[in-house]
Design a protein around this ligand. Structure first.
Ligand SMILES: Cc1ncc(COP(=O)(O)O)c(C=O)c1O
Length: 525
């Protein structure tokens, strides 16, 4: 079969099966090849019998301008409008708009504008413009290895071909519907989550705080249907972080996040983290739910002690309370398992030779890495709990948006694989080893804690309050790391970071901390 003769038919199929692809996707070889491979699978059997996948993909690649520029007038219009302002970017070579005619303001001027127009809730000093894999570049063309991954959001790095493809495909179909109507990507993602987890049902929203807000409301509603009004208390843990809405900031048992926002909602109580006895005392007839991060993130990368989550499960069962795991930071493969709490299941099985029953939560909240870089939150729960919500009890305009769920679906399928999860453990061990070796030389850290690729280096007493200076030193040396409280350096690199990027990032961390150490000792003497 001569594919040349089939050109109009292929164009039509592209319109039907792939939708309009913006011009920037055309330039991306991997995205285009993947798209054409998928198109091949959707071809009528007759064509597939006549042409091999390889032949078809190569033909489409060779003719992609002809096939796609004419493929959809709308896409062409979008790309034409875009190319007026945007020069094509080659992230690796730094050949970008920064040095082009679009740079009407200097970086200093833009930073001054940002300082003037934004609320002073953050104090950033970088304007980031482009990215690829685990690398990011600022407006001046300076390269950084991203060891923060957008605070555990870009867990697959940046410009991920599969996510780019999902985004561009869906962008050509439908962007928003509200939850008054269904869309395919949201249904598929919810089904994937249900199939892969303890959960029977899913509620989508837009952020971690909203997922926790939904969990708190569901727990209260569930209690209200069967228990007296006294049983509405939510127990959370000192050092936790659950979000910035009024309810979730109240659940966040750290006064610094709450001060000035009083009066806070009632019905929250705080228990010392990892304190078995305190938990036994505090969970009782009044408890409606217990909410906990299996590894506290913002609170200092602090894992729950072995047995603590199971202890809470037992207490919740004893007192008819729900157990909520906030996996917003620790979930989506970050620790080497889909969820951080699953480590406890494994430890239980090891210690009791498989006899321990599974640790099953009632509710799990997710966000961050679920969206692969787009905003999404999800609350997962059991059938029994889900039935407490009736139509109208809770809602959201954007939650489950088709573009976001299309990308999230691609991210979920890529992360939730044995290869990705075992890679997390291997790379996590490399980071830990590197930090420990560095510590042998500099004695900066009291301990290095966490799991998989969610690691915190806790500063020893002598270096207290120096973490922000260390983070800045790392940034100046081309690697972005995070704080977790004033005394913990937090490392959350993309889970699929390449060996080369990981090595280079760790070398930059070493150089930054050695220079810092040297400068501190010099200024003290
Ligand atoms: C454990 C945990 N819960 C909730 C949140 C709040 O998520 P969001 O900022 O998306 O509202 C965060 C954010 O850092 C978090 O780490």
């Amino acid at each position: 079969m001569l594919l040349e003769d089939q050109l109009p038919r292929i164009k039509k199929l592209i319109r039907e099966k792939l939708g309009p692809l913006p011009a920037n996707a055309l330039q991306n070889e991997v995205v285009m090849r993947t798209a054409f491979r998928r198109l091949y699978q959707a071809l009528p059997r007759m064509i597939r019998l006549a042409v091999s996948e390889h032949g078809f993909v190569e033909f489409c690649m060779a003719n992609r301008e002809r096939l796609l520029n004419l493929g959809d007038v709308v896409a062409d219009k979008i790309s034409a409008a875009k190319t007026v302002n945007i020069k094509e970017v080659d992230p690796e070579n730094g050949n970008n708009t920064e040095s082009g005619q679009n740079k009407t303001q200097t970086t200093a001027e833009m930073l001054a504008t940002a300082k003037r127009v934004f609320l002073p809730t953050y104090a950033p000093n970088l304007i980031l413009t482009r990215s690829k894999g685990a690398k990011i570049w600022d407006r001046e063309g300076q390269e950084y290895i991203d060891f923060g991954a957008g605070i555990s959001v870009n867990s697959l790095g940046h410009q991920v071909p599969e996510l780019l493809l999902a985004l561009t495909e869906q962008a050509g179909k439908i962007w928003h519907t509200t939850n008054l109507y269904l869309t395919e990507p949201a249904i598929k993602l919810a089904e994937n989550l249900v199939d892969a987890t303890f959960a029977d049902r899913v509620f989508f929203c837009n952020s971690g705080a909203e997922a926790n807000e939904a969990a708190i409301k569901l727990a209260r509603k569930s209690s209200s249907l069967i228990h007296p009004p006294e049983k509405r208390e939510i127990l959370t843990f000192e050092g936790s972080f659950h979000g910035r809405t009024l309810a979730t900031v109240t659940a966040t048992a750290q006064p610094k996040y709450q001060q000035g926002f009083e009066p806070l909602p009632e019905g929250f109580r705080y228990c010392p983290f990892n304190d078995f006895e305190a938990a036994t005392e505090m969970i009782g007839a009044q408890t409606c739910a217990v909410m906990i991060e299996p590894i506290q993130g913002e609170g200092g990368v602090n894992p729950a002690q072995s047995g603590f989550l199971r202890h809470l499960r037992k207490l919740c069962d004893q007192h008819n309370a729900l157990l909520i795991f906030d996996e917003i930071q620790s979930g989506m493969g970050r620790t080497g398992k889909l969820f951080g709490y699953q480590w406890e299941v494994e430890e239980d099985q090891l210690s009791s030779e498989g006899a321990a029953p599974n640790l099953i939560p009632d509710i799990v909240t997710m966000a961050k890495a679920l969206g692969g870089g787009l905003p999404i939150g999800a609350m997962l729960c059991t059938e029994k709990v889900a039935q407490s919500f009736k139509p109208g009890d809770h809602g959201t305009t954007f939650g489950g948006n088709p573009i976001v769920t299309a990308v999230a679906g691609a991210a979920f399928r890529k992360i939730n694989t044995p290869e990705m999860l075992s890679g997390v453990l291997q790379k996590g061990a490399i980071i830990r080893q590197h930090l420990e070796t560095l510590n042998d030389e500099l004695s900066l850290f009291e301990t290095i804690r966490g799991r998989g690729m969610m690691l915190g280096a806790v500063l020893s007493k002598a270096w207290k309050n120096k973490a922000p200076t260390m983070v800045t030193a790392c940034q100046e040396n081309g690697v972005l790391i995070l704080l977790a409280g004033p005394d913990v350096l937090r490392f959350l690199p993309p889970l699929n970071i390449s060996e080369e990027e990981l090595k280079s990032g760790l070398e930059r961390v070493s150089k930054a901390l050695k220079d810092f150490h040297h400068a501190e000792l010099a200024s003290a003497s």
